[in-house]
Each structure stands twice: as C-alpha cells, then as structure tokens.
Design a protein around this ligand. Structure first.
Ligand SMILES: NC(=O)c1ccc[n+]([C@@H]2O[C@H](COP(=O)([O-])OP(=O)(O)OC[C@H]3O[C@@H](n4cnc5c(N)ncnc54)[C@H](O)[C@@H]3O)[C@@H](O)[C@H]2O)c1
Ligand SMILES: [Zn+2]
Ligand SMILES: [Zn+2]
Length: 339
C-alpha cells in the first residue's frame, strides 16, 4: 500500500509498505479515504515539532471505511464510515482519571508519536472511532478533527450565550473557534493581519473584524465592547505578544484560552490577573468534542464553503506540502485523497 512518510526532518517521501494487520481483539482495519494537512504536519516535516519521532507516517486528521474488525469489536462493522480520534492515552494517570486523556502523561498522538493516517490502510482501536452518517461527504468529514480544536477552545473558555468572544487570528484554528463560539451564542470579534482572511471570517459569521496591523487591536476591542473588553479571548495567533495582549484585552471575570505551543515566555504583570480575576487556561487537542462536531456537521450547522483550499491525490503529496509551504498566508486546509 502507499504511505506518506517524513523520514527525517526535511525529507518527505511516498513509499510502499505492507497492509497492516489486526493484532488485538479490539482493533479495526480502516481503508483511509481523506487526510488533511495541518500546520503541525508541516512542523513535523521541518523538524519543528518537539514531540515528533522519525521516521513518521504523518496525518492526524483522517477518515475512512472499516474493512475488517477484531473479534471483540462491537461498535462498528465492515463498511462503516468513521473518523479516527487520533489520541491514545493510558486511562490511569491523574489527567485521565479526570476524563482528560488529551493531556495524559503518556499521551500518544497518531501522526506524531506513532504512525498516522497518510497510508492506504490503518489499524486503530475501536475506542478511537466515531461513526459518520452516510450523508456526510468525505470532503467534509475530514474537517472534523480541526473543528474539534475550536470546539475544545470554546469549551475550555466556558463560552456562554451572549458573551463577547475575541478570536485572535483567522487561520485554520481561529476559524474553527469562530464557528464553535458562534454556535454557543456568542458575539465574535475576529482579528488577523491579512485582509483576505478577515473577509473569509466575515463570510463565516464574524460579527466584528479587526485588522491588527492597521488598527490598535486592544483599543478597538474596548471601543466595540463599550470599554468592557472581551469576556473570552482565544489566542490562535500564538506568539509572545498575542498572549500578553489577551491578558490585557479580556474583561473582568473573563477567560483567556491559550492554544500556543510557543516556548518563548510572555511578560505578564500579576496585578492584571488579580484585578480582573481572570481565568487563564490552556487548550490542547480535545476531549469528547468529536461527537459535538459530528452532530453540528450532520445538522449542517457548520459552514464549510471554501474551507478546503485545495485537494491532491496521494501521488502528489509532495506538491501538496510544497503548496502549503508556499501559500501559508492564504491556505486554510489542503486535503489528500487516498482513492
Ligand atoms: N493547542 C492546540 O491543540 C493546537 C492545535 C492546533 C494548532 N495549534 C496552534 O494554533 C496556532 C494557530 O494555528 P493555525 O493552523 O490556525 O495557524 P495559521 O498560520 O493558519 O493561523 C495564524 C493566523 O494568525 C494571523 N496573524 C499573525 N499575526 C497576527 C496578529 N498580530 N494579529 C492577528 N492575527 C495574526 C495569521 O495571518 C494567520 O491567519 C499555531 O500556533 C498552532 O501551533 C494549537
Ligand atoms: Zn491538525
Ligand atoms: Zn493517562
């Protein structure tokens, strides 16, 4: 079967490998149909993901059809259409016991710590599968995983109906946070520095737009909110300053949701947290967000028009990575078809 593998930083290859076989009774063999390319796949390719182990079959955003099931599998049958939740966790550490396997001490992410979805066939435990309705096309289903990231940010920020949410950055993740917080009933302000990205955010429901290059972002948010600031701020820009700004711009009793994997420290005066009793939380991957997103998609509540920028067959996988690299300012999602 065909696979896409990052052999070592900077070396991406198409290769052949034997079809994997089921080894545990709870495992399922899946024929992969679509794989999305994520910013973190590009980081793995460039050797900038500190968690990646090489060589690595990349891909954590993938969907497919069940072709074989282990003897103990009960949830899915041959022919079932599924999305694979790409995280594996121990189930016994403190985080797992809190129901938060996404931050397990022994977390393994498919496509990062172990092989992922860019292969014609993949084996995964039944527990990691979510069934897809027949009405959901593969080209939409492949976007479920990225939307779970926005759903998790919305959940971590405890977004309430009527809240004013500031989504900093209208990249792939910011756009998913925008749609999830709109569905939670918030008024959403979106920032970016690229006018085209702001225009797309407007078309996906943003109530207010701020070009952070042309305007003073914090002043503008205060102006929009009558001086209050945003009740929830989701940092999907993820640099030193965006975290600092998120503390500054958020209202009293507000929540700051940080998505950054950045290792550069930000400078934050404690008084700015205390006087507003801010809650600052990290948001990593997702917990229990797959069913939420599948439900929204099935009901047509997430609007996906134009979200996929380009699609390539597996034979052109290297062109796809080059396209994403060369067009990072305009790409939302590039998808590989495995058929
Ligand atoms: N915590 C998690 O689970 C998780 C998951 C996925 C991605 N991430 C992180 O989220 C971040 C965003 O990912 P992405 O795929 O959306 O990246 P992206 O590059 O598509 O989006 C970033 C956006 O920010 C905009 N931007 C840059 N500077 C800005 C500024 N000063 N003000 C406003 N906008 C600005 C860019 O134009 C771009 O649209 C990355 O740092 C990524 O590592 C975290
Ligand atoms: Zn991703
Ligand atoms: Zn654990």
């Amino acid at each position: 079967m065909k696979i896409g593998v990052v052999e070592k930083p900077g070396v991406l290859k198409r290769a052949e490998r034997d079809v994997p076989s089921i080894k545990q009774a709870d495992e399922v063999l899946i024929k992969v149909k679509r794989v999305g390319i994520c910013g973190s796949d590009i980081h793995i390719f460039h050797g900038k993901n500190p968690f990646a182990i090489y060589p690595r079959v990349w891909g954590h955003e993938f969907v497919g059809e069940v072709v074989e099931t282990g003897s103990a599998v009960t949830k899915v049958k041959q022919g079932a259409r599924v999305v694979v939740e790409p995280i594996m966790y121990c189930g016994t550490c403190y985080a797992c016991r809190q129901g938060r396997g996404n931050i397990c001490e022994h977390l393994q992410v498919m496509g990062v710590h172990r092989d992922g979805g860019c292969q014609e066939y993949v084996v995964a435990p039944e527990a990691n599968l979510h069934r897809l309705p027949d009405s959901l096309p593969w080209d939409e289903a492949v976007l479920i995983e990225p939307f779970t990231i926005g759903a998790q940010a919305c959940y971590r920020g405890n977004v309430q109906k009527g809240d004013v949410v500031l989504v900093m950055g209208a990249g792939t993740i910011g756009l998913t946070a925008l749609q999830m917080t709109k569905l939670a009933g918030a008024t959403v302000i979106v920032t970016d520095v690229v006018p085209e990205k702001l225009a797309y955010a407007k078309s996906r429901g943003a109530d207010y737009l701020i070009n952070a290059k042309a305007e003073n972002m914090i002043e503008k948010v205060r102006e929009i909110t009558g001086g209050m600031g945003s009740n929830v701020t989701i940092d999907a820009v993820c640099n030193k300053k965006s975290f600092e700004d998120s503390i500054e711009v958020t209202s009293a009793a507000g929540r700051v949701v940080e998505l950054s994997f950045n290792e550069i420290p930000s400078e934050i005066a404690p008084v700015n947290l205390i006087k507003k009793e801010l809650t600052i939380c990290g948001s990593r991957l997702q917990t229990k967000r797959f069913p939420v997103v599948i439900d929204y998609l099935t009901k047509g509540q997430i609007s996906l028009a134009g979200f996929v920028t380009k699609t390539y067959p597996i034979e052109q996988m290297i062109d796809a990575f080059e396209y994403v690299d060369a067009n990072s300012a305009s790409v939302r999602k590039v998808v590989i078809t495995m058929e």
